[in-house]
Design a protein around this ligand. Structure first.
Ligand code: BGO
Length: 668
């Protein structure tokens, strides 16, 4: 207890209902910050119980305390350094065996534990019953059942926490390991000095056997065990030789052995009548042959809906902005506003920003559909389906989850790679994500496909999304061959149950994500468009947006590079250069240069053929997503990888466009 406040930490697997428990305990009394030194979100809150304040820390969702991922490291270091008074282990009771692994590690660590059996309703539906009284007796810790999404039993949980906080003695729980490990534990403990050691020497010995570097350092610094590696490593070698397996798997097997025994004592399953609906759907969706075609079909269907429903709305908004520009200009001139200001408002703001905003309906619909796919539990299946395929390329199936998030925005997708354990997998996935077609690219696709492929919009955009996935996997695989050669671990992934997506939640997600699009339109796109307007109007006296303007000169300098790709004119070069700031700017720039959404549909066919338009779409898909993505790669990895990713994407974007345009030209 610090300053009369009791600190409690919530620990649990992702999707165990930890956030719901946190919200139930703390209500509106919470705030969000970052864990020190990393950009992983840290949620803190508090509640009062019988006049005492309880501070609640929500640890990142993790599967174990092995400290191989950033989230696991954060959780473990917090538990060791901050020593919370009580740790609440939140468990999805419908998946007890898997979830209990973390609770078991917490018990071994010797924390003051309250076991929270959440999702009792789901377990019930599956015919699973857990005898919490026997469980509490065996483990010697309080056990509370909850249904967090309905705020059931929160008071009982608070009471159990308050009682545990007053407890003098914590459970002296132990897992009995096999003979060799027990001997090794004993040998290591025998080398510990007799004084100043932590209360739980056994736990320290086990984690040293697990080869935990943080604990080695701590043992050296805090407990003065300078020779600790020479003590632990021979023990590890002995065990690994005997079992012909690595120590982590041997220890994990022992723990799962314990859990199996425990489950026999406390858990009963009613015989299921027939298979559950979830299993039935999975047998089709995860089928070896049908899995990938179903995934591709759903993505294809998504874009068909995006266009069928969105395009008429886009046309209306486009007509509105055109009307606005044409109506406002003569009006302003009539009341004596100078022509330069009129041009700024019409050519710059209305044509430039307006030409991006018109695509809001497509963006809204896409986010809504992606939210439905995610909430229904399908997206996790998509990653599962892709696992085998990814694995055959030596990549981790888990990587596909952040990659799918990249369909929304590449920046949070890159941040989501923190859930990957190995640095190698993280790097490869981060290198792949920029090729996943984010929503910012959609306005370019909609604009060009509506002009050049009006009958096949959905199909063309589907081909771009698919190409993005293929290039992402190709790049990750190439980097793997170039920089890393080791094997990857198989995918251990839980499939969440299918749920009926909630319209409210999907609408909320759609709005939160679309807000970013509108925010960008009002900030980065707005300012870029102003810069483009200024560069198009200078030097003084030059015709607006002509080849002689400054922007015309910049574009003319780079245009020859784009000639082999079929769009070697200066406006395309300028649009692509400024598109590095944000992809929507490509459309905003063309809008400013050619005069708004409606005029674009008349102007662009003078510059592009369907073939060169497709080549332009390919470049837009592949080269640098935006400056924010480069920034986040630098932050998550370093400058070297950020520059390598930028260079690779620019080269590939150019090269593939040239290839398509040249080969397409031969076929014609
Ligand atoms: C969605 N019972 C049931 N049935 N569900 C629960 C319980 C419970 O006891 N506790 C939590 N949930 P988080 P992590 C959702 O968000 O707290 C549900 O990751 C949805 N979302 O409501 O987020 C909870 O912090 C769309 O469900 O867990 C949440 O550990 C449709 O489990 C999910 C249906 O809980 C995960 C549910 C967009």
């Amino acid at each position: 207890m610090k300053n009369n406040k009791i600190t409690i930490a919530l620990a649990g697997n992702p999707n165990s209902g930890k956030t719901s428990i946190f919200n139930n305990l703390t209500g509106a009394n919470q705030h969000v910050g970052n864990w020190p030194g990393v950009t992983v979100e840290k949620k803190e809150g508090s509640f009062f119980y019988e006049g005492i304040e309880f501070k609640v820390i929500d640890l990142p969702g993790i599967y174990s305390l092995s400290a191989s991922s950033i989230d696991e490291k954060i959780a473990r270091e917090f538990l060791i350094q901050e020593k919370p008074d009580v740790v609440v282990s939140v468990i999805d009771s419908s998946n007890f065996e898997r979830n209990f692994y973390l609770a078991l590690q917490l018990l071994e660590m010797g924390v003051n534990l309250v076991l929270n059996l959440n999702m009792i309703d789901v377990a019930d539906k599956k015919g699973i019953n857990i005898n919490e009284k026997v469980l509490s007796l065996i483990l010697d810790v309080p056990v509370v059942k909850t249904i967090a999404n309905k705020n059931r039993n929160t008071e009982q949980l608070k009471k159990a926490i308050a009682t545990a906080a007053k407890k003098e003695r914590v459970s002296n729980f132990e897992v009995k390991y096999n003979k060799e490990i027990e001997e090794a534990i004993k040998n290591i403990i025998s080398k510990f000095p007799s004084q100043n050691m932590p209360a739980n020497e056994r736990w320290l010995a086990i984690t040293l056997l697990e080869g935990d570097q943080y604990l080695f350092n701590m043992a050296k610094k805090v407990y003065n065990l300078t020779d600790i590696e020479n003590i632990a490593l021979p023990e590890v070698n002995k065990i690994e030789k005997k079992y012909n397996d690595d120590i982590l798997s041997i220890i994990a097997d022992n723990r799962y052995g314990y859990i199996k025994g425990l489950v026999n004592e406390i858990l009963t399953r009613k015989k299921k009548i027939g298979r559950e609906i979830s299993d039935k759907i999975d047998s089709v969706v995860l089928n070896k042959f049908l899995g990938i075609p179903i995934f591709l079909f759903l993505i294809y269907l998504t874009f068909q809906i995006v266009f069928t429903v969105g395009s008429p709305l886009v046309d209306w908004i486009g007509q509105f902005f055109d009307w606005l520009g044409n109506a406002i200009a003569p009006l302003l001139i009539k009341i004596g506003v100078s022509s330069i200001v009129v041009s700024f408002l019409k050519d710059g703001i209305i044509d430039g920003v307006g030409s991006v905003i018109v695509f809001l309906p497509n963006i809204l619909i896409m986010f809504l559909l992606l939210a439905f796919l995610e909430d229904s539990g399908y997206m996790a299946r998509a990653a599962f389906v892709m696992d085998k395929f990814m694995h055959s390329l030596g990549l981790h199936g888990k990587s596909f989850i952040p990659m799918i998030l990249g369909f929304g925005c590449n920046v949070p997708a890159i941040m989501a790679t923190r859930t990957l354990e190995s640095r190698k997998d993280r790097i490869l996935t981060i290198m792949a994500i920029p090729y996943m077609s984010c929503s910012a690219r959609l306005p370019i696709y909609v604009l060009f496909t509506s002009i050049f492929f009006p009958k096949h919009q959905g199909l063309i955009v589907f081909s771009l999304y698919l190409l993005g996935i293929i290039i992402a996997i190709f790049v990750a695989n190439s980097f793997k061959i170039l920089f890393f050669k080791k094997e990857t671990a198989p995918l251990i992934m839980e499939l969440p149950p299918y749920r009926l997506p909630q319209t409210k939640s999907a609408l909320l997600q759609m709005w939160l994500k679309s807000k970013i699009f509108l925010y960008k339109a009002g900030t980065i796109i707005f300012f870029t468009v102003i810069i483009i307007w200024i560069l198009s109007s200078l030097p003084v006296g030059v015709e607006y947006a002509s080849k002689q303007s400054w922007i015309g000169q910049i574009g003319t300098f780079f245009a020859p590079l784009l000639k082999p790709a079929g769009f070697g004119f200066w406006q395309a070069a300028v649009a692509l250069i400024f598109g590095i700031l944000a992809k929507e700017v490509v459309v905003g720039t063309l809008g400013t240069l050619f005069g708004g959404a409606e005029s674009l549909s008349q102007a662009l066919p003078h510059y592009f053929t369907p073939l060169s338009a497709y080549a332009f779409l390919i470049t837009s898909l592949i080269y640098v997503p935006c400056i924010a993505t480069i920034g986040v790669i630098k932050r998550e990895l370093n400058w070297k990888w950020a520059l390598l990713s930028t260079g690779t994407s620019i080269f590939l974007g150019w090269f593939l466009a040239v290839l398509i345009y040249q080969i397409g030209g031969l076929i014609k």
